[in-house]
Write a protein that binds this ligand. Structure first.
Ligand SMILES: CC(C)(COP(=O)(O)OP(=O)(O)OC[C@H]1O[C@@H](n2cnc3c(N)ncnc32)[C@H](O)[C@@H]1OP(=O)(O)O)[C@@H](O)C(=O)NCCC(=O)NCCS
Length: 346
């Protein structure tokens, strides 16, 4: 039976309505399996974003379908030469596959192995990374021979349970302990004048995050790439809010940002929080996190949860999050393996 099934490459810019119908149906099955309580992003929004393409990533979409039903979807990506990360990241390929639950353990997932190998060879990639949150995913990746490299915890803060007086205290203490430091809040796209300082500071802080033994090359976020993200967000009405601290010499010493989107009004995604190593230990992390939650309460009274992800080993960030009341919600493990290790499974 599986012998009759073939992976088919999809050009999302020109594919037909029947593909999208199959794709969205499977997307709902997946969401229902992993995050049944979360709102589903509307079909048009997902299509618009997928069709936009990305100048900084080569993107590959595939499907395996039978009788008009999508049994499995696959996505793979790697950096393009236009991406400033190209030099250190061009050996890395990232892949994600999904097989609908009633079609599992029939060898469909294994059909993606030659596809990954071919794409890696086309791009000259030598390492592939894949992540999973579910038991079957772990079983499959172990069978594949991939190794666990990074454990990430998704935590959620229920806004109705927040200790508001504690956050007000963190605000007051932050200002008291660093009287020269200014707290700034930006709603929406960062002004160009801030972006010029923000992008290199974000780059340097992102590179201080623990990635355990994951091979990720270097992270380089340029103003050009942030503009591309902003365009992508604008397509679906997603809005960003940023809190930064600035030292008297103008240097950005801390930052945290969240996104809000119309289809998930109740869920706020907190993206990155970082404090410069030379400014740590002064309560800036608690100050910016508290300022952001208080700001969210004012802007989005119907928001119910703040969602964030941290490496399992990120003690300082997890410590602040746990004190705020963020509770572990799901655990994802990133696996990686070399092209040679993959060959053994071909
Ligand atoms: C991971 C996933 C894609 C596997 O799809 P699949 O079609 O069931 O995989 P296959 O049938 O080709 O499995 C190949 C081998 O992987 C291993 N494997 C797969 N599922 C397993 C499970 N639930 N428990 C233990 N081992 C498993 C087995 O060794 C299997 O060979 P076998 O059935 O002959 O013993 C599917 O379970 C899935 O969609 N999971 C959720 C999404 C996900 O976590 N994706 C991460 C991978 S990128």
């Amino acid at each position: 039976m599986v012998g009759e099934l073939t992976p088919v490459r999809i050009d999302v810019a020109s594919t037909d309505r029947a593909f999208w119908n199959r794709f969205h149906e499977l997307r709902r099955v997946r969401q229902n399996e992993s995050r049944p309580d979360d709102p589903v992003q509307p079909d048009e929004e997902v299509e618009t974003r997928m069709k936009k393409g990305n100048p900084f990533e080569f993107q590959h979409f595939y499907e395996i379908s039978r009788d008009g039903v999508m049994l499995s979807s696959f996505y793979g990506e790697t950096v393009t030469p236009r991406n400033a990360e190209y030099e250190t990241n061009k050996h890395l390929f990232w892949a994600d596959g999904y097989v609908r639950p009633d079609a599992r353990r029939q060898g469909i997932g294994a059909l993606w192995v030659p596809v990954i190998a071919k794409l890696m060879d086309e791009h000259g990639c030598t390492v592939v990374g894949m992540s999973t949150e579910e038991e079957p995913g772990h079983g499959f990746l172990e069978w594949l021979g991939a190794e666990q490299k990074l454990t990430e915890i998704e935590s959620r803060l229920k806004l109705s349970e927040v200790d508001w007086p504690m956050l007000e205290r963190w605000m007051a203490e932050g200002a008291q302990r660093s009287p020269q430091t200014k707290l700034e809040i930006y709603d929406g796209v960062l002004p160009a004048s801030v972006l010029a300082d923000f992008a290199p500071q974000l780059t340097s802080l992102l590179n201080t995050m623990p990635f355990e033994s994951l091979d990720i090359g270097q992270i380089i976020v340029t103003p050009e790439r942030i503009k591309d993200w902003n365009e992508r967000q604008a397509l679906v009405g997603e809005v960003q809010h940023t809190v930064i601290t600035r030292e008297p010499d103008g240097v950005i010493s801390g930052m945290t940002d969240i996104t809000w989107a119309p289809y998930r009004r109740t869920l706020i995604y907190q993206q990155f929080t970082g404090v410069r190593p030379d400014a740590r230990g002064r309560g800036l992390g608690k100050w910016i996190k508290a300022a952001m939650v208080l700001h969210i309460r004012e802007l989005y009274p119907d928001a119910r949860w703040i969602v964030t992800e941290n490496a399992h080993s990120n003690g300082p960030m997890l410590n602040i999050n746990r004190t705020m009341g963020f509770k572990a919600y799901r655990t994802a493990v990133e696996y990686q393996m070399t092209r040679e290790q993959l060959e053994a499974r071909l």
